[in-house]
Unconditional design. Structure first.
Length: 345
């Protein structure tokens, strides 16, 4: 029995809480719960895949003492890989896109990672893309492994073994709908695989971004490059087809906008007291799109992937929001509750 003490920070990964949402969903039928992944020690759901993939590599003998772990990341996976690398004694090299804010890069450096910043708005097969840069670093670095979260099916396994069972247990098997953002697709695919095994009638709803190819690919099997254009949400959508997404197990995708998702994230903080990240707002916008379809007895679980502290100079910054041309009125006056008054010295 655990006495409340742990041998290291990695033992804190998983078993995140589920919290009923109230004010932000008061006009939506059913019971709506948030799976709050920021309670992982690395403050995101990516802790689960970093630990699982690295420990599997150790078991398979692929990871040797003193090895270097290379990964492509929009931030969160990098934090998790760097954290696990510290505890297990590995070097960490990360390729990130230039959409990644400076404070995230500083966080990665604080965890001892070597960081390469790559242009975001280039094709996935461009040698400057963070995918190709990570591959090259892996090839040029002896005694290294490339986690490759977008094409590593162990990404799915991590959530099949942990997130899915947790959701099933926490809802006492009553879950009817799962709403989760899809980037690599590991969270939604692994959770869905477990949940559908328990009850195939559970509806799995993926969240995609405008500027991403996932929704159309799911519906048509066609990779349409004309759908690709720059967008602001980190960790959501893709400009390639990730092998870590099981499209067959996802019932449908809905698309959300940068602006609506940003304001929904701020609304979560102001109405529920939860500081969560950009993709959490995206998930709430997806929930609102399907709300009219929900029965009164629906039990909906919405995955909130990470913590809002990583977006303080982004969506929680009035200046950044104004720079994007976002419409402040979408907060419906809620921001008037949050003001700063300076007292003269």
């Amino acid at each position: 029995m655990n006495t409340g003490t742990y041998n290291n920070v990695l033992e804190l990964i998983g078993n995140t809480p589920m919290v009923k949402l109230n004010q932000i969903v008061k006009d939506i039928p059913g019971s709506i719960y948030a799976k709050i992944e920021s309670y992982n020690p690395g403050h995101s759901t990516k802790d689960r895949i970093a630990l699982h993939i690295i420990e599997q590599a150790e078991k398979e003998g692929v990871l040797k003492p003193g090895a270097t772990i290379v990964e492509t990341t929009s931030g969160n996976t990098g934090f998790s890989v760097a954290m696990v690398s510290i505890i297990k004694g590995y070097k960490c090299v990360l390729a990130v896109s230039d959409k990644t804010k400076a404070e995230k890069i500083a966080y990665l450096k604080a965890l001892g990672a070597k960081v390469y910043v790559c242009p975001a708005n280039v094709p996935a097969d461009d040698p400057r893309s963070y995918y190709e840069v990570a591959k090259r670093i892996h090839q040029e670095t002896p005694n290294s492994i490339y986690i490759n979260q977008y094409f590593n099916t162990k990404n799915i396994d991590a959530h099949y073994l942990t997130t899915g069972p947790e959701i099933w247990k926490q809802t006492e098997g009553k879950i009817t709908h799962l709403i989760a953002c899809s980037g690599t697709g590991g969270t939604i695919s692994g959770s869905a695989k477990f949940l559908k095994e328990q009850n195939p009638n559970i509806q799995i709803i993926g969240v995609d971004a405008y500027g991403s190819i996932l929704k159309k690919y799911h519906e048509t099997g066609e990779f349409d490059s004309s759908e690709i254009y720059p967008y602001r949400i980190e960790g959501l959508g893709k400009n390639l087809v990730p092998a870590a997404t099981d499209f067959q197990i996802i019932d449908r995708f809905v698309k959300v906008t940068d602006e609506d998702s940003a304001y929904a994230t701020r609304e979560i903080a102001l109405k529920e007291g939860l500081m969560v990240g950009y993709t959490s707002g995206a998930a709430i916008m997806a929930l609102r799109q399907v709300a009219h379809e929900l029965p009164q007895d629906a039990v909906v679980v919405v995955v909130f992937p990470d913590h809002g502290s990583r977006y303080i100079t982004k969506i929680f910054s009035d200046e950044w929001m104004a720079e994007q041309g976002f419409n402040r009125s979408k907060l419906n006056g809620l921001e008037s509750r949050a003001t700063v008054h300076h007292i003269a010295k």
